[in-house]
Design a protein around this ligand. Structure first.
Ligand code: ADP
Length: 192
């Protein structure tokens, strides 16, 4: 069995790991798999119900639910050579589920590299504050770093830009707290 190349990106919410993940995926010709995107697709497609709107409130969903959805994606043929994992694992339990899967489904033939993007919390808050997307064509912007030509209007399709509901300061602080708590566990486990 050929080795499956796995890249795990760990970084604070909204720091740009999705952007880096897409660039890396293009460079390595591997799929970029974002748990946030997979969960949103399942949610809007009616295949996921979240207790008390956990995602919109910046809370982590339960490990088994996330893993059930992610595993289905990772078992698609385009992931057989490898993938860039963005947003997973975020808890010790998720590390264990992923390890068990690489041992059984991939017969231990996975080469896992964890990339940790470290940046200060002031910078993380600024990046989240500037984050916008076009609800029509999906293009991303950041008003501080790569603003649209006309403020708050999409360059491509002239639609008014929107903010993700979980980027408002109160929800962001909850996501940052969840990140700090769980990521240290994930990094400690992998550094061992
Ligand atoms: P960010 O990384 O900026 O927090 P994501 O798009 O990766 O944004 O995730 C959005 C939301 O989806 C999270 O706030 C959480 O509710 C849920 N989520 C994503 N990945 C996981 C995960 N591995 N475990 C539990 N919940 C997750």
């Amino acid at each position: 069995m050929a080795t499956t190349r796995v890249f795990v990106l760990v970084a604070p919410p909204g720091s740009g790991k999705g952007t880096q993940g897409v660039l890396l995926a293009r460079r390595l010709d591997l799929p970029h798999v974002s748990t946030g995107d997979e969960l949103r697709v399942s949610l809007y497609g009616g295949r996921l119900s979240q207790p008390n709107g956990a995602m919109g409130r910046g809370q982590l969903l339960d490990d088994n639910t996330v893993w059930r959805i992610l595993r289905t994606r990772l078992e698609q043929p385009d992931c057989s050579r490898g993938f860039i994992l963005d947003g997973f694992p975020r808890t010790f339990r998720q590390v264990c589920l992923f390890d068990e899967w690489t041992e059984s489904a991939l017969l231990g033939a996975a080469d896992v590299l964890v990339i940790y993007l470290h940046l200060g919390m002031d910078e993380v808050r600024k990046r989240n504050d500037g984050r916008r997307f076009c609800p029509s064509c999906g293009r991303d912007y950041n008003v501080h770093y790569y603003p649209p030509r006309t403020p708050e209007v999409c360059d491509v399709c002239a639609t008014r830009l929107a903010r993700r509901a979980d980027c408002v300061p109160e929800v962001l602080e909850r996501r940052l707290a969840a990140y700090e708590k769980s990521t240290s566990v994930v990094l400690n486990t992998y550094s061992q």
